[in-house]
Write a protein that binds this ligand. Structure first.
Ligand SMILES: [Zn+2]
Length: 489
């Protein structure tokens, strides 16, 4: 397109490393119809900069790359490449052959990388310096599920040089509604292997490090210490406290996100600059009070929103730019489509980041959260007398034994599927409604997977019921073993 005689002003983006030669300007508007003309204007105005752009023979230095929009001029007409309105010139000094003189640090970017990240490079908030920081950074994702999926996808795309993944799960059909890393054909595969392959396919320039294990007090310090930033995408309290405590002890920022039904939270816990998770929640709720996503459900899009907020915070921390969510708890309600922000303060009595801290090393988090492993094993040993299997229940019903089935799930779960002849009393209503039950009946309690019904059983025992059992594995096990046509969720 000929544009001669036109005195359009062309924006020239100056990399951070060179801004000191142009009075710290990020963008300079200059006239010219070709790259050569614009750069001549630039070096005429800023002779100090000229020495860094051109050699003694007046040629563009080999380590200075010039882009028009996202095209390297070496692939177009070189300095004779024409520029017109809406074009922008970006100067990108590469590491090769004297980057130090340009004040750059860290690993350089290849031409492929420069092209890939061009939309970052041309924005002053990231630029070449920022992109190199992103490349040099390492981020550990705890969990590759609902939150971990968008986190992985965006951080890999953005070029985070080393991404660590911690997970031990396999892809389940019920994951596909929100865990966008996975496809239908991945069901049954280990999440971590699928995630690694997918992220590596998105960006071959980065390293994906996998930790196929359940994060525990035994391995957390060793795994976390190898990363700059930790992003918490877990769905359970023991791991949340474990991640928090390990981050405080290792002095690493913890990018927090949590989701439930249609509400989410996000924050950045960095005990060196603000509060930690324990400042906000010194102790976990008693087991069972707060249902998990598996029990309570979650809007499939919600982790996409919260996970991308976490990814944004991680990138900001890497760049050291913007206002991080440190000391702020962001609350999101998808139904109302409303964000709220709460101020978080460091707690003077925080047991791990306060002045009189009592926690100086990792503890037993299962026990701390009321899920004592010792009790678990006892329960498992005892469960023979407390639980009934789906097959045993079927046999009892076939023998016309008098069994009364109580469904302790929620009404909307009952609508999806239920056992014939069962009575619905949601767990939360049991303390008010247990008197509807006959203490002399043989009761079988069931829920979705057998967790809530055990809690219902424990409650009924405290009020004098003795002939009560919990359906092992819940209605899920019933559908699996007895009624395969039953819808599952
Ligand atoms: Zn704290």
């Amino acid at each position: 397109m000929k544009n001669s005689g036109n005195d359009n002003l062309i924006p020239v983006f100056i990399p951070t490393a060179l801004q000191r030669f142009v009075g710290q300007q990020e963008t300079i508007q200059l006239p010219g119809a070709t790259v050569k003309e614009v750069l001549e204007q630039l070096s005429g105005k800023y002779p100090e900069l000229k020495k860094h752009l051109y050699n003694e023979q007046g040629q563009l230095r080999s380590f200075v790359n010039v882009f028009v929009n996202d095209e390297d001029i070496r692939h177009t007409q070189g300095l004779d490449t024409r520029v017109a309105a809406k074009d922008a010139i970006t100067i990108v000094p590469s590491i090769a052959g004297g980057a130090e003189s340009c004040g750059t640090t860290g690993t350089g970017l290849s031409n492929d990388e420069v092209k890939r990240y061009s939309r970052h490079l041309i924005m002053p908030e990231v630029g070449m310096e920022g992109q190199k920081k992103i490349k040099a950074a390492s981020v550990l994702l705890i969990g590759t599920g609902g939150l971990g999926s968008p986190l992985g996808l965006y951080l890999a795309s953005a070029g985070v040089g080393r991404i660590g993944l911690v997970d031990f799960d396999v892809v389940d059909f019920t994951n596909l509604q929100r865990q966008v890393l996975f496809t239908t054909e991945d069901v049954g595969q280990p999440k971590i292997a699928v995630a690694k392959k997918r992220l590596q396919a998105i960006n071959p320039h980065i390293t994906i490090q996998t930790h196929e294990t359940r994060l525990s007090a035994e391995n957390a310090m060793e795994i976390l210490k190898g990363y700059d930033i930790v992003v918490d995408g877990t769905d359970n309290f023991p791991t949340r406290y474990l991640v928090n405590d390990a981050c405080v002890l290792l002095n690493k920022p913890n990018v927090y996100g949590s989701i439930f039904r249609f509400e989410g939270q996000a924050s950045v816990f960095d005990a060196s600059k603000g509060p930690c998770y324990r400042c906000l929640y010194p102790e976990p709720p008693p087991p069972g009070l707060v249902p998990s996503c598996a029990e309570g459900g979650v809007l499939g899009i919600l982790p996409g929103i919260i996970g991308t907020i976490q990814a944004t915070e991680a990138i900001k921390l890497i760049l050291g730019n913007g206002e991080p969510l440190i000391g702020r708890l962001l609350l999101f309600n998808a139904m109302k489509m409303r964000f709220r922000e709460l101020k978080l303060r460091k707690s003077p009595t925080c047991p791990i980041c306060g002045p009189n801290r009592t926690i100086t090393k990792l503890i037993d988090y299962e026990q701390f959260c009321g899920i004592a492993p010792a009790a678990q094993t006892t329960a498992a040993a005892d469960s023979g007398s407390l639980e009934i299997t789906a097959e045993e229940l079927k046999a009892a019903l076939d023998d016309k034994k008098l069994v009364k089935i109580i469904d302790v799930r929620e009404p909307h779960e009952y609508d999806i599927c239920h056992l014939a002849g069962s009575t619905l009393i949601p767990l939360g209503q049991l303390p008010q409604r247990y008197k509807e039950l006959n203490i002399a009946d043989n009761l079988v309690l069931h829920c979705h997977k057998g967790v809530r019904s055990m809690r219902a059983l424990e409650f009924l025992k405290t009020v004098g019921f003795t002939k009560v059992k919990s359906l092992k594995g819940g209605i899920e096990a019933w559908a699996d073993k007895v009624e395969p046509d039953m819808p599952r969720y």
